[in-house]
Ligand binder design. Structure first.
Ligand code: NDP
Length: 801
């Protein structure tokens, strides 16, 4: 065979290395030792740690380990800068963002090479994916800055944002966080990951060069402790975090009750579903991108292959063949597919997980061939013979390890796909558009790619469901995550309501009006204990106890069941069974809410009298407002919907507005009917099912509501009512994994408890933190609660023949 024929046979590439000289020259220009970038200036390096090139193990630079004092200085600088930065017009801020985007493009190769040297990712990826997307984010958000006041009227920036990012996409995660924050008028203190600080420091130079006002962007390098100092700093107004679910939960707890804004972009274990009618060769190429892009160190990596049984054998055989052609090597070589993992410790973590998986029965396949010298290289790995409980199926590996399972029917594919605590992304391969679009909404994930994978764009939101976090980056949702309603600042502390008639004051009053005899059967109140309402049926409390309901003078006006953990459990079960409500037509939900309003209005006098009996106030206005609120959200049910984005790829991205699932609602003590309906109506309109805890002081108007629910065609289980002690029941709801989100109206202390307890499944929370939200206000008739009752799923659909 002649040489050319041989080359065709082996398809071997010669080396095509990218030069590191300019990146080295830049490092040298800083003496390979860096301080922080605070208030537009470089600080003197303090105590440092080494930042190594994982491909060569050579030290690149010494990085300062930020202290709490460093963080404090940065926060002070950002607070000072906030006043003038937020006062600039959107147009002025937009010009800065535009200048940053241009400067990044001009330096794009230096950024790409430095990123690859610092992180180990192939230059092909940093050059063609990371850095172009960074520039795109700054361009996109320059546009948002300009149009902010029109598109987000009455919204204001948070103030100082603390941003903590991981090592897998160092500069890209920085861009996802800094661009929208600045566009909105916030200032930032950002901590890059310990392993990968260099491009953030080069970015600081760009800020200097573009004349960004000092203190608007502050970069403080360091380890986990530096991140914790940012999280815990009292003058930080919002935390945006990307990283592990474990640290995300720590941050959720640390910020509980503080009123700080919070967005969490956490881990994933994303399914990659291949149906039997898929274009198999394309699906294999997609899979290479899904799991071996960035050595699999991608939060949304398609790490769980679910392939239809009828094509499993053929698919796996082709996949193994393709794996044997993947090149593992020097990340600066332009023809390398898989570079170095970020650090030896990450390699060890992955090997440990593989050992555990093997012990549990997994079979590991790796292609032949040698690895390059170095401690951070791993071959691509395919894992088979696993059950859903295998460690390698359940845990996020964050490495080049693909786990394969098969399924028979679309229903089984959906069940397997959703069988995870995570919900970041999913990929579906099928040539049948009906099938793909049927499956996409059934998967609990924030992003779904059809016949493609790992597509990202600044105009398309990205973020998770379930324990993959909450909040979005990119798109309108991502922009909104850096803004809050202007009126929130003016909220006053709510007057303390003595809520429990079981308390000292209520104890004697409780017994007195009831004292017609010790035998409760002697009392005419026999049938007056309002039942709870669970799964469409009246239910007695599990405890067998009831609670008195008193009027303001202490006179008994009725009794309700004293709900406990088991009642909540039953209510949550009923609400989960009723989740088909979320896929019912929006028109149907609208009709039912209108009907509910109509039936409540029909009984307005009765409800008004009941309110008066409990609160002593004329209830007519409250009933009228409640009816109006039901009307308002009936009107929204089929209007608050999504968008279709047109990213610069041959695809559209359908931003679908989806309900959160089962929503717990602990209603306020005052305005007991309106308070409950103001929260219930948006939740129902958007397709959530609910467990509602009415005002503990005046619950009877809500327990009366079950008759109205029944006559209004509200399906069983969509609204469940559990009466009892608000704070105790709120805690149970917050800790319950079957609750997807929780709204709590109550004291600051109890709100903090709710936020802390929510970490079990990282449910989204809205709490009043003891502030006086006037739910009668018309500002609550619109997107404030609609946004909180929903999450956006972006479904990417490619086009082109
Ligand atoms: P971490 O969540 O530990 O780190 C992410 C960022 O948070 C880093 O900047 C880190 O600092 C910082 N940090 C760590 N502890 C705290 C704390 N208590 N308070 C505030 N900030 C803190 O992720 P790792 O980088 O250690 O990676 C571990 C695993 O997390 C990975 O193997 C992977 O499974 C997952 N991960 C998921 C990512 C995603 O995009 N979803 C990204 C990265 C990791 P420092 O790195 O300097 O310690």
């Amino acid at each position: 065979m002649n040489k050319i024929a041989q080359i065709f046979q082996s398809l071997d590439y010669g080396p095509a290395p990218e030069g590191p000289d300019q990146a080295n020259a830049w490092l040298d220009s800083h003496g390979r030792k860096f301080g922080h970038f605070i208030d537009g200036k470089w600080t003197k390096p303090g105590k440092t740690f080494a930042s190594d090139n994982p491909a060569t193990s050579q030290k690149l630079a010494d990085i300062t380990d930020g202290t709490a004092e460093d963080v404090d200085k940065a926060v002070k600088a950002a607070s000072t800068a906030f006043k003038s930065w937020s006062a600039l017009s959107g147009y002025e801020r937009g010009k800065y963002l535009y200048a940053i985007a241009r400067a990044i493009q001009k330096q794009s190769r230096l950024f790409a090479v430095l990123e690859t040297m610092d992180n180990g990712k192939p230059i092909r990826e940093s050059r063609d994916v990371d850095i172009p997307l960074v520039a795109r984010h700054f361009y996109h958000h320059a546009g948002w800055a300009t149009h902010l006041s029109r598109e987000f009227p009455d919204a204001v920036p948070y103030g100082v944002c603390g941003q903590i990012i991981p090592w897998n996409f160092p500069l890209l995660m920085l861009a996802w966080k800094i661009a929208p924050a600045l566009a909105a008028g916030n200032t930032v203190v950002l901590k890059p990951a310990e392993f990968t600080s260099l491009t953030a420091l080069l970015f600081a130079e760009i800020c200097e060069r573009t004349g960004l006002p000092k203190g608007v962007v502050n970069i403080v390098t360091g380890e986990g402790d530096t991140g914790a100092a940012i999280v815990n700093h009292p003058d930080i107004d919002k935390i945006a975090f990307t990283g592990s679910t474990e640290v995300g939960k720590i941050i959720r707890q640390a910020t509980a009750g503080s009123g700080k804004g919070l967005s969490l972009e956490l881990g994933g274990k994303s399914p990659y579903i291949v149906f039997e009618d898929a274009d198999i060769d394309s699906a294999i190429e997609g899979l290479v991108d899904a799991i071996w892009f960035n050595q699999g160190q991608v939060c949304c990596a398609g790490s769980r292959l679910l392939v239809q049984e009828s094509i499993e054998e053929r698919f796996i055989a082709k996949l193994k063949k393709r794996m044997s052609t993947l090149r593992v090597g020097d990340p600066l070589d332009k023809s390398v597919d898989i570079g170095a993992l970020v650090a030896p410790i990450q390699v060890e973590r992955i090997k440990d997980l593989m050992q555990r998986g093997t012990k549990e029965g997994a079979i590991i396949y790796e292609p032949d061939g040698d690895l390059p010298n170095g401690t951070c290289f791993l071959k691509p790995v395919l894992v088979t013979n696993v059950s859903p409980a295998n460690t390698l199926v359940a845990e996020e590996i964050f490495g080049p390890v693909l786990v394969a399972m098969s399924f028979r029917t679309p229903e089984e594919a959906v069940a397997l796909a959703n069988n995870t605590k995570y919900g970041l992304a999913a990929t579906i391969w099928s040539e049948n558009i009906n099938l793909a679009l049927d499956i996409a909404p059934k998967i609990k994930a924030g992003v779904v790619w059809i016949n493609g994978t790992n597509n990202f764009d600044a105009a398309v939101g990205f973020g998770g469901y379930k324990e993959s976090g909450f909040g979005r980056e990119g798109g309108r949702e991502g922009m909104g995550a850096y803004l809050k309603p202007a009126w929130e600042k003016g909220l006053k502390t709510a007057p303390v309501v003595k809520s429990s008639p079981h308390g000292e004051a209520g104890a004697s009053a409780t017994l007195e009006p009831r004292g017609r005899g010790t035998n409760p059967l002697d009392t005419p109140h026999l049938d007056q204990t309002a039942k709870m309402y669970i799964g469409g049926k009246q239910a007695r409390p599990d405890s067998g106890y009831s609670r008195p309901v008193l009027d303001p003078s202490g006179k008994l006006v009725g009794e309700v069941g004293d709900g406990n953990r088991k009642d909540i459990r039953n209510a949550v079960e009923a609400a989960r069974i009723a989740l088909s409500w979320s896929t019912s037509a929006a028109h149907t939900r609208a009709q039912i809410l209108y009907f509910l309003a109509e039936n409540l209005d029909y009984r307005r006098d009765e409800f008004a009298a009941r309110l008066k009996a409990q609160t002593g106030e004329d209830g007519a206005e409250e009933v009228a407002l409640s009816v109006e609120r039901l009307f308002a959200f009936a009107g929204w049910a089929d209007k608050y919907d999504g968008a279709v984005h047109n990213p610069p790829l041959r695809a559209v991205a359908a931003a679908m507005v989806e309900p959160l699932g089962v929503l717990g609602i602990v209603a306020p003590q005052s305005r007991p009917l309106l308070g409950a309906i103001a929260l219930l109506a948006p939740a129902l309109a958007m397709g959530n099912t609910t467990v509602l805890v009415p005002s503990e002081r005046s619950p009877l108007s809500v327990t009366d509501l079950y008759q109205v629910l029944e006559t209004s065609d509200v399906p069983s289980g969509v609204v469940n009512i559990v009466t009892g002690d608000s704070v105790t029941l709120a805690k149970t709801l917050a800790e319950h994994d079957g609750i997807d989100a929780l709204w709590f109206a109550g004291s600051a202390e109890a709100s903090a408890m709710v936020e802390k307890a929510s970490i079990t499944n990282l449910k989204q929370t809205w709490t009043t933190r003891g502030l006086a939200y006037d739910l009668a206000d018309r500002r609550f008739e619109g997107d404030y609660f609609l946004g909180k009752a929903t999450q956006v799923k972006n479904v990417w659909i490619p086009y082109g023949a």
